[in-house]
Design a binder for this molecule. Structure first.
Ligand code: FES
Length: 170
């Protein structure tokens, strides 16, 4: 998949044979974002400023739920900000962005830098009134892969379902 293909949703006359139906375009626009199991992993599909984006739902850093992340622009690049530790991930490429200062620079000035691709970005495709996702099967691990397994999902569910510890003194 080329960088351009990965970047944003594209329109197509028919969905690629390997793509997954996500939902009706109008419903996703109204909801703003949805998650679906795609190729047995949780994928987040979101609509922002007229464009559909798709990515692994769990953040590459520690499995944060990107469904709740804000969309903001940093250094001219649109990012989702993970709600857990505020890591910034570009929507188009899945790059992790951070700011650093070069102490040799006088006066030191924070500059945006990239850690490279950390989050697996998929391709959202519009076909008439429907949205599909073509799974990005680029070989080699991408850090977000770690958190997309069924066992991780089961552990996360168990954590949510665990009854709260009773700390009331008797
Ligand atoms: S889990 Fe996303 S920033 Fe830590």
């Amino acid at each position: 998949m080329s960088a351009e293909d990965k970047a944003e949703a594209s329109s197509s006359a028919s969905p690629p044979p390997s793509s997954y139906f996500i939902g009706k375009k109008d419903e996703i626009i109204e909801a703003g974002r949805v998650t679906k199991l795609v190729n047995n992993r949780e994928v987040l599909v979101l609509h922002h400023d007229g464009v559909f984006h798709a990515m692994d739902m769990r953040c590459y850093h520690s499995g944060g739920i990107l469904f709740y992340g804000d969309i903001e622009e940093f250094n001219g690049r649109l990012c989702i900000v993970c709600p857990w530790h505020k890591y910034k991930i570009t929507l188009a490429e899945g790059e992790g962005l951070y700011q650093s200062v070069d102490p040799k620079e006088k006066p030191p000035k924070p500059r945006w830098r990239s850690k490279g691709v950390k989050q697996r970005i998929h391709r959202a495709i519009e076909v008439d009134d429907d949205i599909f996702v073509e799974f990005n099967d680029t070989p080699g691990p991408i850090e977000s892969d770690v958190y997309q397994t069924e066992s991780f999902r089961a552990r996360a569910r168990a954590k949510l379902e665990k009854p709260p510890v009773n700390t009331t003194k008797k």
